[in-house]
Design a protein around this ligand. Structure first.
Ligand code: 3HC
Ligand code: NAI
Length: 694
């Protein structure tokens, strides 16, 4: 077994190399190795200075996150950084890749920092429900000032080298080979007798009340419900008030408290859940993804344009096909407006925007698709239209091209049957707006082959999204669960709650908006049409009429008609007297006397029904593991990340308690949605948790 940290000498400079693939995480063996190699370097009389560098793709990307669920082992990371800082020789950090969290903190224990031009550094602990715990909150404000420290630690986004230079974090940028440049830099510093620069010996950072105020407001506005950001602000404030040693004690107390918190456990869990989601246990390792060099999108509507943007932004040339030149011109306008907006908002320079736009080639002719590697269809949600499109694709595309459909409700298997190559047809269910939402459900029909699944998963990863493989059923994983929740929201109002109450309770739980406001945003007419379709064609499965049907029939379709369930003050939902009337008359006609419904019941009914449906989905094999459902709900619907997703959350609440309430709602309402899912009953009987199935 090779040592994760090694010492060597290059002429008169000692070199400490961290080699712990894939990301040089700072697990216990690395921490021990670092202190041992430091000692060796200090004792090596021929070494005038020491350079610390990472092997492979990156400088350490942080603490080993897996260790946070175990007993802490010494030496701790703060002790390692203190050891580096107390070194009797000049110590230079040579940084490439992503020096994150504890990785960045290690560099702050060094005297000088040299970085590769494309290196990035950051303190992403906040994304794990933590604060930097190895001196980051005390050393960075002393080095760079309060505002940059808050920016890096509260936002948790890595920053590039030019900003790091402005902040005084990076002293020099490598021009050739990082290691050679770092050794030369160390030699130069040693020759000039450059001073050591222990940040821990500096006085407290200058206070900056304006920055503290600004970040407190930002946290209140943008990080609602998250505990860590405010704690980070507190820790940075300490760095302006107390001696370094006292600040370190405070940081440690706060860190331990955060590490043991439910939010941090949930955010760690989802970190690994997102990385596991793309792994498909049922697909043999030797099935390899096809190389995708060119793509096509069919339909330049809402979804098609968003998907084209996403592909173009990932550097793929895209052919965009529409049914006629007018529709094509409308799509082209949308794309132009998008890229102009990016330039106006200074997210992109004009040259890049032009180049992206130029990489999307509009056409109305299938012949242009003869050589593309992958197609994503996003035409009207109508089986006849999709059939026709897939017949054309089958005729014109290469036999090995992967054909994806963005359908949200149609049977992917039936679409695949329109082709001679059903093994190459896969669902790629993007969420709206497609260039912003990170989730893609990768739908596997019975005929979909391993190669198509692997290729789809690789493509989704490449365009910066999170893919979750799912099976075929109505609504797949996300929308199938959503429909059950929406039905409860409607029923709660029928029984006596107000729309405002239902939405407030779920907003307070941490959802970005209430279920009914969300419906107004999507448009009430879409699901209304679906209900009417079933009522007309499949009366035995007809959903009973509800008050939302009457809201729609009165012409209130949601935000697009300036009112639906709610009225709108700008984009802010406000109670609607018109809707209240519809609800009242609906109840009267059904002979329902409204009762008082407490917030707990709203919460339980809207959330437990999701847990119940998710258990059915797992039993049917539509989702491979509970954590995939959590990834879907966090990335597709804004379920609060600090709760870990509906499955992780359900385990924390307790499955036995949830089942008891589900039985109660079944007994009192007779609603089949409340029939307890067999998997939930089994888990409770066996005393197990959903997490045991991950
Ligand atoms: N600990 C343990 N495993 C880690 C890890 C970490 N810090 N960072 C990444 N990994 C693992 C991933 O789980 C994945 O494992 P797998 O191959 O078995 O699925 C593998 O490394 C590669 O990771 P990615 O798939 O994410 O690779 P990318 O190239 O897409 O991204 C990265 C690399 C930007 C480094 C990204 O992995 C990342 O953001 N990692 C987390 C960084 C982080 O949060 N650091 C702070 C940790 S907390 C801390 O340092 C506390 C300190 O203040 C005391
Ligand atoms: P849209 O109505 O905005 O766009 C559809 C486009 O397809 C139109 O521009 C139309 O001209 C074009 N089109 C129709 N028939 C065509 C044909 N034969 N050949 C080429 N182009 C044709 O619809 P939207 O919302 O973009 O939906 C597209 C698909 O994405 C549907 O399957 C929908 O279910 C799915 N979807 C929609 C989501 C949403 O929130 N809008 C979310 C996820 C999936």
């Amino acid at each position: 077994v090779s040592e994760p940290v090694r010492y060597s000498r290059v002429d008169d400079i000692g070199l400490i190399t961290i080699d712990n693939p894939p990301v040089n995480a700072l697990g216990v063996a690395v921490r021990r190795g670092l202190l041992e190699c430091l000692q060796t370097g200090l004792e090596d009389d021929a070494a005038r200075a020491l350079v610390l560098i990472g092997a492979g793709r990156t400088f350490p990307a942080g603490a080993d996150i897996r260790e946070f669920d175990q007993q802490p082992q010494s030496p701790s990371l703060p002790d390692v950084v203190a050891g580096l800082e107390a070194s009797g020789k000049l110590l230079i950090a040579a940084i490439h890749g992503t020096a994150l969290g504890g990785g960045m903190e290690i560099t702050l224990g060094c005297d000088y920092r040299i970085a590769a031009p494309d290196a990035r550094m950051g303190l992403p602990e906040v994304n794990l429900g933590l604060l930097p715990g190895a001196g980051g909150t005390q050393r960075l404000p002393r080095l760079a000032g309060v505002r940059p420290a808050l920016d890096i630690a509260v936002n948790g986004r890595p920053v590039g080298v030019s900003r790091l230079q402005d902040m005084g974090v990076v002293d020099r940028v490598a021009t050739q080979d990082l290691q050679a440049d770092a050794l030369a830099y160390a030699r130069e510093l040693a020759a000039a007798d450059a001073p050591r620069r222990p940040l821990g010996e500096l006085a407290p950072a200058a206070p900056d009340e304006a920055a503290f105020d600004e970040f407190e407001q930002l946290v209140a506005r943008k990080k609602r419900g998250y505990e860590a950001p405010a704690v980070i602000i507190e820790a940075v404030r300490t760095a302006t008030q107390t001696a370094f040693a006292d600040g370190m004690v405070r940081e440690r107390e706060l860190f331990v408290e955060r590490r043991n918190s439910a939010q941090a456990a949930a955010q760690r869990y989802i970190f690994f859940a997102e990385r596991k989601a793309g792994k498909m246990p049922d697909i043999p390792a030797d099935a390899s993804a096809r190389d995708i060099r060119t793509a096509a999108v069919i339909g330049a509507g809402t979804m098609g344009t968003g998907i084209a943007i996403t592909l173009a932004d990932a550097g793929l040339p895209v052919t965009l096909l529409e049914q006629d030149s007018e529709a094509l011109a409308r799509g082209r306008d949308k794309l132009e407006r998008h890229y102009r907006g990016q330039v106006d908002k200074q997210r992109m320079n004009a040259a890049t925007a032009d180049q992206r736009l130029a990489s999307i080639t509009p056409t109305t002719d299938y012949v242009a698709l003869a050589d593309v590697d992958l197609v994503i269809e996003a035409v009207f949600e109508d089986m006849d239209v999709k059939r026709e499109v897939f017949a054309q694709l089958d005729r014109h595309c290469r036999a090995d091209a992967i054909l994806g459909t963005n359908t949200s409700t149609l049977d992917v298997g039936a679409i695949a049957e329109q082709t001679q190559r059903p093994e190459n047809v896969v669902g790629l269910h993007f969420f709206s707006p497609a260039h912003i939402m990170r989730l893609v459900e990768i739908v596997r029909a019975s005929a979909t082959g391993d190669v198509a699944m692997k290729t789809a998963a690789a493509l989704v990863k490449r365009i910066g999204k999170i893919g979750v493989p799912v099976g075929v059923c109505y609504g797949f994983v996300g929308n199938r669960i959503l429909h059950k929740r929406q039905a409860q929201a409607v029923n709660l109002v029928t029984a006596g709650a107000t729309p405002e109450q239902v939405d407030r309770v779920l907003y307070e739980f941490g959802m970005p908006m209430g279920p009914l406001a969300m419906w107004d945003m999507a448009g009430l007419d879409i699901s209304y049409k679906a209900r009417e379709h079933v009522r007309a064609h499949d009366p035995s499965n007809a959903p009973p009429r509800n008050w939302v049907d009457e809201v729609v029939e009165a012409g209130r379709l949601g935000q697009k008609t300036d009112g639906g369930v709610f009225d709108y003050d700008g984009r802010k939902p406000v109670p609607s007297p018109a809707t209240a009337q519809h609800i009242e008359s609906f109840r009267a006609r059904q002979g329902i006397t409204p009762r008082d419904i407490d917030d707990a019941e709203v919460r339980e009914r809207c959330l437990y029904v999701m847990v119940n449906e998710a258990c059915r989905i797992l039993d049917e094999g539509i989702a491979a593991r509970p954590s995939d459902i959590d990834v879907v709900w966090i990335n597709g619907y804004g379920f609060p990340r600090y709760r870990g997703g509906p499955m992780h959350w359900a385990d924390r609440v307790g499955l036995a308690d949830i089942l008891e309430r589900i039985r109660h709602f079944h007994d009192t309402t007779g609603d089949p949605d409340w029939a307890p899912a067999p998997l939930l009953e089994r888990l409770v009987a066996e005393g197990r948790q959903l997490g045991d199935l991950n």
